[in-house]
Design a protein around this ligand. Structure first.
Ligand SMILES: O=P(O)(O)OC[C@H]1O[C@H](O)[C@H](O)[C@@H](O)[C@@H]1O
Length: 280
């Protein structure tokens, strides 16, 4: 499978494009190791804002940014330059790996630990599997929270249903309170939503009325899901997000946020999210 890289004039890889044999493709920027595009069955499946800033000055609005360490908001991984470690072909698809280690800046921050983050992107005909491995390279325990902040594209949010969270408890970050639970099945967004589902079921499905294909979202390692759509009011306050783009996206984010992960020296932790296009 071909892999194309774009290198800047200092020799640093800035962009990696994975191209699958059946027309599937995926674009990853080393800025944040952010996956900005995933084409499967001839259609773009990830949302990327038309106003996203991709010059390295801020986190990319859309795709799959890597959230690591929640403070400050969403942490340094999504704004750091990751190293492209290379790719490997297999019968089913292609893997690419990216690495981030501590820097002088992180060592002098409020999170001064030695670590390795390895992001693995596996593209196959109908799936995109993303894995984040955290290795504690320090001599003390490290604690972190993390999310694969997945922006899924939809043609129309009003016709979009998220199935799989019925009866699950969530913390509503807008209204507060931890005792909310989904009654309706499926979940349809009609206002600004920012929900944390702790210990959520792994397998969710996104359906758009009238469309033959569905997207399944699966996770392992990560215990939680965060569900987010800014809706119209919040959208207006975001400089890197169009006023009406909330109609074209929903974030379904596999994460470890309800309780931080504690990792002993020398140990590894890994979490995955897998997106798959299926016919219904
Ligand atoms: O604007 P950002 O830092 O990218 O965050 C965008 C959103 O991400 C998550 O889903 C959080 O739950 C939200 O509270 C936050 O507003």
């Amino acid at each position: 499978m071909p892999v194309k890289t774009t290198v800047d004039d200092t020799g640093v890889v800035r962009k990696v494009v994975l191209v699958g044999a059946t027309g599937s493709a995926c674009v990853i920027y080393t800025h944040g190791a952010t996956i900005t595009s995933w084409i499967s069955q001839g259609k773009e499946r990830l949302f990327l804002s038309k106003q996203a800033v991709i010059n390295g000055s801020k986190a990319i609005r859309g795709g799959i940014p890597v959230v690591f360490r929640k403070l400050p908001q969403h942490g340094f991984a999504r704004t750091s330059t990751w190293e492209f470690l290379g790719h490997k072909d297999s019968i089913d698809g292609v893997h690419a790996r990216f690495l981030l280690r501590e820097t002088k800046e992180t060592m002098s921050s409020e999170w001064p630990y030695k670590f390795r983050l390895t992001l693995t992107v596996f593209l196959s005909e109908s799936s995109l599997k993303v894995g984040l491995m955290v290795t504690n390279m320090d001599e003390v325990n490290i604690e972190f929270t993390s999310l694969l902040h997945t922006y899924l594209r939809t043609t129309n949010i009003n016709d979009t249903e998220l199935v799989g969270l019925s009866g699950c408890k969530y913390v509503d970050k807008i209204l507060g309170g931890s005792d909310n639970s989904d009654k309706e099945e499926p979940l349809v967004v009609t206002k600004s939503e920012d929900r944390v589902y702790a210990n959520a079921p792994d397998l969710l499905t996104v359906k758009v009325k009238g469309e033959k294909e569905i997207i399944t979202v699966d996770k392992s390692g990560f215990k939680d899901y965060v569900f987010w759509n800014p809706w119209s009011e919040l959208a207006k306050g975001m400089s890197d997000f169009g006023d009406s783009e909330y109609q074209e996206m929903l974030c379904v984010e596999a994460g470890a946020v309800s309780a931080p992960i504690v990792l002993e020296p020398g140990k590894e932790w890994e979490g995955f999210t897998t997106l798959t296009v299926e016919s219904q």
